[in-house]
Design a protein around this ligand. Structure first.
Ligand code: 76R
Length: 264
């Protein structure tokens, strides 16, 4: 549903002779989100005495008690996942009300525990709902629930950034709003075949990070990621108009997320 005024503003723009190529879509924004990828500096960690390691673990525990799953749902939440493969050891996923709060939690980990968790990558974005398909207004409870989701509890996570293509005849941003809405309907139909098996959180990062969207999928069976993403590839929205960044797959860590690396 277009917010009041948008149509008028757009028309004015067009008659002014400097038409936008096509009408943007209205979006609603929720949590600020940071995907924070870390690697344990293993030589430094092993080089510490057992007392220093215990001190570091106590500091991580304290940081996580303050910032982790125990936080109020109102203020946001955090989860930790062990990344499979070489790209990182841990992915922290943080949902917060404000950008400032993300900065706080990100650097909270650096301030404690001797900077042993080196940041290897990160991704900044905001939970986004676009207005292509009918949805309630911003104050509708279902819309609020999707803008400010609770941290999903599934065992596995899959994250990747993506762009919509801007290339020759395959330029998403030159399609009319109606054409884009039509394509998004097809996209949603494929997605809905996975209802109950996968939960997706789409975050927008235009102007915030190097790609345009972050896709975060949660499931209890990692094979669902492969099936869904493969099937999506054949849908025109992805086949023709999408480019993808690196994929990160992990599994949820318990509250004491550093335990797999503990030397005790
Ligand atoms: O209610 C809804 O949000 C349903 C419609 C819907 C939108 C608007 C939807 C459904 N998505 C939407 C928007 Mn999606 N999605 C992706 C990817 O790997 C790929 O090929 C693409 C990555 C996956 C796997 C996926 C899954 N989606 C978006 C947008 C914003 C586009 C824009 O605004 O231009 C992106 C970038 C994107 C990408 N999508 C679904 C899914 C699934 C599983 C669903 C069904 C969800 C459900 O009904 O529960």
């Amino acid at each position: 549903m277009a917010p009041p005024g948008r149509g008028d503003r757009h028309r004015k723009h067009v008659t002014g002779g400097e038409a936008l190529v096509s009408e943007p879509v209205d979006t609603l924004e929720g949590w600020y989100v940071l995907h924070d990828f870390r690697r344990l500096n293993w030589p430094a960690w092993q080089g510490l005495g057992s007392e220093a390691r215990a001190t570091a673990e106590a500091a991580w525990r304290q940081w996580w008690q303050q910032e982790g799953p125990q936080r109020s749902a109102e203020a946001g939440s955090s989860a930790a996942f062990a990344i499979v493969g070489h790209k990182a050891d841990v992915m922290f996923l943080h949902f917060r009300r404000r950008l400032d709060d993300l900065y706080e939690v990100e650097h909270g980990l650096d301030r404690v525990g001797r900077q042993l968790w080196e940041q290897v990558w990160s991704y900044l974005s905001v939970v986004e709902l676009s207005g292509y398909l009918a949805r309630g207004g911003a104050d509708h409870p279902e819309v609020q629930r999707r803008l400010f989701p609770a941290m999903p509890h599934h065992r596995y996570v899959c994250f990747y950034p993506m762009n919509k293509r801007r290339q020759g005849n395959d330029n998403w941003y030159r399609l009319s709003r109606e054409e884009r809405a039509q394509l998004m309907r097809g996209h949603g139909e494929v997605g809905r075949r996975y209802a109950g098996q996968v939960l997706q959180i789409i975050t927008g990062s235009q102007g915030l990070d190097d790609w345009e969207w972050g896709v975060t999928l949660f499931a209890d069976d990692p094979l669902v990621f492969k099936k869904l993403v493969y099937e999506m590839r054949f849908d025109e929205t992805s086949a023709r108009y999408a480019d993808f960044g690196p994929f990160w797959v992990g599994m949820r860590l318990d509250d004491e997320w550093w335990q797999p690396w503990s030397l005790r």
